[in-house]
Ligand binder design. Structure first.
Ligand code: ZN
Length: 208
């Protein structure tokens, strides 16, 4: 599986004759995504630095840590929101033009933003679910993993499910917990989070 991953990287970034194009579209997709965080943080007065591109890694914005869950949520989701809008735009422009550059841009934008919405602590999805107070989503994810693991008799998936639960316990008992977001706002925020995931999954599926 790890070897497959590196073969995938080779194919898309180096050996493929479109290698340079892929690196360029990958960085551009990340750059757009980071600008979502940047604009929102700036609007909220969190003194962000302008996104900088780190070659072969992606891009990064340094933002002052807020202690308000609503602000944390807004900054975390703004990246995927802008990235998704950009990805969908590229998706439909690609339908009209059938251009390789636009296709790659759509592909990376959709996949990068989808990956970022996975609720792992170091990703946007982790910050979003924590700020919204919907960490129970981890129990659902682990439950789905165990069910699939039993159906397909997959030990590796069962182990990932166990690790996921351990991570959930770790997050739940972490020291810092700011005042919760108002319930109605959290409900709308959760809706937005799930809609983004749905849009990205459907369009990625249609594109690939
Ligand atoms: Zn992000």
């Amino acid at each position: 599986m790890i070897a497959d991953f590196f073969l995938f990287l080779d194919k898309y970034f180096w050996i493929d004759e479109l290698g340079v194009l892929n690196v360029l579209t990958f960085l551009l997709s990340v750059y757009v995504h980071e600008h979502g965080h940047y604009f929102m943080a700036k609007k909220l007065g969190l003194k962000p630095t302008r996104p900088i591109i780190i070659p072969f890694v992606g891009a990064y914005v340094s933002i002052e840590q807020s202690e308000n869950n609503l602000d944390i949520f807004k900054v975390a989701i703004a990246g995927p929101v802008l990235g998704t809008i950009f990805g969908l735009l590229c998706f439909y422009v690609n339908l009209l033009t059938n251009n390789n550059f636009i296709y790659q841009l759509a592909l990376f934008s959709l996949l990068i933003n989808l990956a970022n919405l996975i609720p792992l602590p170091f990703l946007d999805g982790g910050k979003i679910t924590k700020a919204l107070g919907i960490q129970a989503i981890h129990i659902i994810i682990a439950g789905v993993m165990f069910t699939v693991a039993i159906i397909y008799k997959s030990y590796s998936l069962a182990i990932i499910g166990i690790l996921w639960l351990v991570m959930y316990i770790f997050i739940k008992y972490q020291a810092k917990n700011y005042a919760p977001i108002h319930r109605k706002t959290a409900f709308i925020g959760t809706g937005l989070y799930l809609i983004l995931i749905l849009l990205l999954v459907v369009h990625s599926y249609l594109l690939i």
